[in-house]
Design a protein around this ligand. Structure first.
Ligand code: NAD
Length: 353
């Protein structure tokens, strides 16, 4: 039985990835997660007793623990999601981003290098270290153009600088030690189980609660959006077919200005869950002071993964956003527990037992 070692699997993309893999019931998953504010075991309730799934509460910076996990479970791959991931938080307090995203990735790479040298290479295991990263490492675009895999790095926020730094370390471990790494740089994800500090779930939940819908500046910043399950399928494709040492951009060709996303959400909600007073949710939109150093536009050229590995997204923005909205409308308890923090109270209590 093959095992994949996932880091940060209690977060948004990691939990979706675990669901995707466990559907097949052919691969075991070991999930190491520190359960920061963004880690949510509620997102994995349906698989917690799955014999193919094991959760380990711990920190990627704890090299000894990571070494023990590698020795005990002998995975064929590490898929590294664990990170501090919210740009606004990185502006308010960068140090945790440096600690987890840079030092944590370094610690994981060191443990992986020893494991690969001592065990996997000896036994001829097909081992891969897949590092999940972001398009934000490339900095900002003007009105035109796309990020390719050759675009020079120019990160602008502490978050993207910490991710860029971890990308460089991963690349160097391939170049220097031959560690079989794969790197992916993906655009903005949306979908089920996303912590409601990020644009789409924040807007949905604020709208339903009658709160303001805060839009930075004039709302003209453009991002490329990809439905999270398409990202997870892309990661699996890279894991299976990608060439060690290579990087793959992943995106949905769905460039949208932030304001246009908020308008779309309001319009769908007006239809699916109208306000009691009959007015549009657009009335709740409030423009707020722009984010410091806010990048204007990100857009991904994903032709390499499409041509070389045959991955294409299944969802359009229209189908993906509808699925997302329906998920948040149908999972109000998950939303309630994450917004009032009761999911964490249970997590923290169980840690003490
Ligand atoms: P998230 O913030 O939802 O989840 C991060 C997870 O990592 C949480 O479960 C958290 O508890 C865990 N974690 C944090 N520090 C840890 C540590 N020291 N040890 C172990 N676990 C730790 O993030 P996400 O949105 O799911 O993003 C996952 C990865 O994908 C990140 O590396 C991020 O940079 C990258 N990414 C995200 C997006 C996006 O749109 N969300 C796009 C491209 C790339």
């Amino acid at each position: 039985m093959k095992t994949i070692f996932v880091t940060g699997g209690a977060g948004f993309i990691g939990s979706n990835f675990i669901h995707e893999v466990l559907q097949k019931q052919t691969i075991k998953i070991i999930n190491l997660d520190k359960l920061t504010y963004a880690g949510n075991l509620d997102s994995l309730r349906d698989v917690e007793n799955d014999p193919y799934y094991t959760f380990i509460h711990g920190d990627i910076c704890d090299k000894k623990l990571v070494e023990e996990i590698l020795a005990d479970y002998q995975p064929i791959a590490i898929v590294h999601f664990a990170a501090e991931s919210h740009v606004d938080r990185s502006i308010d307090g960068p140090s945790e981003f440096i600690h987890t995203n840079i030092n944590g990735t370094f610690s994981l790479l060191e443990a992986a290098r020893t494991y690969w040298c001592d065990l996997a290479r000896e036994r001829n295991l097909h081992f891969r270290f897949l590092h999940v990263s972001t398009d934000e490492v490339y900095g900002t675009l003007g009105e035109t153009g796309y990020f390719t895999e050759e675009t020079p790095y120019a990160p602008n926020s502490p978050y993207s600088a910490s991710k860029a730094s971890s990308d460089h370390l991963v690349r160097a471990y391939h170049h220097t030690y031959g560690l079989p790494v794969l790197m992916t740089n993906c655009s903005n994800n949306y979908g089920p189980f996303q912590f409601p500090e990020k644009l789409i779930p924040l807007m949905i939940l604020n709208a339903l609660e009658g709160k303001p819908l805060p839009v930075y500046g004039t709302g003209q910043n453009v991002r490329d959006w990809l439905y999270v399950e398409d990202h997870c399928r892309a990661i699996l494709t890279v894991l299976e077919k990608g060439i060690p040492g290579e990087r793959y951009n992943i995106g949905g060709h769905n460039e949208k200005a932030n304001l246009s996303i908020v308008h779309t959400l309001c319009d769908i909600l007006d239809d699916k869950s109208p306000r009691a007073d009959g007015k549009s949710y657009r009335e709740q939109i409030t423009f707020v002071t722009d984010r410091l150093g806010h990048d204007l536009r990100y857009a991904i050229d994903a032709s390499k993964i499409q041509k070389e590995l045959g991955w294409v997204p299944v969802e359009t923005f229209e189908t993906g956003i509808m699925k997302t909205l329906e998920w948040y409308l149908g999972n109000r308890e998950w939303c309630q527990r994450v917004t009032d923090g009761s999911n964490r109270i249970k997590q923290l209590a169980s840690e003490k037992l």
